[in-house]
Design a protein around this ligand. Structure first.
Ligand SMILES: Nc1ncnc2c1ncn2[C@@H]1O[C@H](COP(=O)(O)OP(=O)(O)OP(=O)(O)O)[C@@H](O)[C@H]1O
Ligand SMILES: [Mg+2]
Length: 255
């Protein structure tokens, strides 16, 4: 197994005359949690879209599982895409389908499992994410936190090697946000996926992060974790931390 499941090397991305990424390089370690942070508009979502092949870089290379996706044919890339599970902001559930049907969808579309087999897997997953008893509700009947759980359950159905989360706790109160992060931690322990989380909730999420990537003015700063950032005496980093994150939060709440 590769030590790094994703690698960006000197990635440049511009939109018109706006340079969003000015030569960004980092590795995402396999089986660990990487948090991508930074102020609004710095290019966090753009990075996720580049990794997913929804955008192409102007320059640089992006490796997924040792293969350069920027030089790949569509067919080969579609194979790579099956490694990813994605939870976007708002969870992107299908409003006309029940919780059960939303979670069953990936298995119905991508596998040849029988109805009984799918049903058993869906029920098991809904239990894992704490949604038993809510199978027949529609998205409009769910709270924000429940929607995120459904989105997570659906993303995990095909047992992805890599989970990408874009602002997964937007719109949730602090307690519900912690519940969601706890659930990420638990499911990651169970499934062993590599986790990439874009988040503004930096203080809360530090306990989860094996690596923190801070995006600022087209460049990245890479830290091993909260202590590494706090320990950095550089005034520019401290200023950035103050500006983008506020106080750093200490607790073992996720354990
Ligand atoms: N498809 C696009 N076309 C043109 N500009 C884009 C496109 N996608 C992103 N941008 C621009 O790139 C910059 C970075 O956008 P991005 O969505 O990555 O920000 P972000 O860091 O995710 O911010 P937020 O925290 O608000 O979600 C923004 O200025 C945005 O307007
Ligand atoms: Mg974004």
């Amino acid at each position: 197994m590769n030590e790094s499941i994703i690698q960006l090397i000197d990635v440049v991305k511009t939109f018109g005359d706006q340079r969003v990424l000015e030569g960004v390089s980092f590795d995402i370690p396999t089986g660990k949690t990487t948090v991508i942070a930074g102020a609004s508009g710095q290019g966090k979502s753009v990075i996720l879209k580049l990794i997913l092949g929804l955008l192409s870089p102007d320059a640089g290379r992006i490796f997924v599982d040792g293969k350069d996706i920027t030089r790949m044919r569509r067919k080969e890339f579609n194979g790579i895409r099956t490694n990813f599970g994605v939870l976007f902001q708002g969870a992107a559930l299908l409003d006309s389908l029940t919780v059960f049907a939303n979670v069953a969808l990936p298995l119905e579309e991508r596998t040849r499992l029988s109805h009984e087999e799918i049903s058993a897997k869906v029920i098991e997953m809904l239990e894992r994410v704490g949604l038993q008893g809510h199978e027949s509700k529609f998205p409009a009947q769910l709270s924000g936190g429940m929607k995120k759980r459904v989105g997570l359950a659906r993303a995990l159905m095909l047992e992805p090697k890599i989970m990408l989360f874009d602002e997964p706790t937007t719109g949730l109160d602090p307690e519900k946000s912690m519940d969601i992060y706890r659930l990420f931690y638990q499911t990651q322990q169970q499934f062993g996926y590599t986790s990439v989380i874009v988040s503004h909730d930096i203080p809360k999420i530090f306990n989860l992060a094996d690596q923190v990537i801070i995006l600022n003015m087209g460049k990245v700063l890479i830290f091993k974790g909260a202590k590494d950032i706090q320990g950095s005496g550089a005034p520019s980093i401290q200023a950035l931390v103050d500006k983008t994150m506020g106080n750093i939060y200490h607790s073992n709440e996720l354990e």
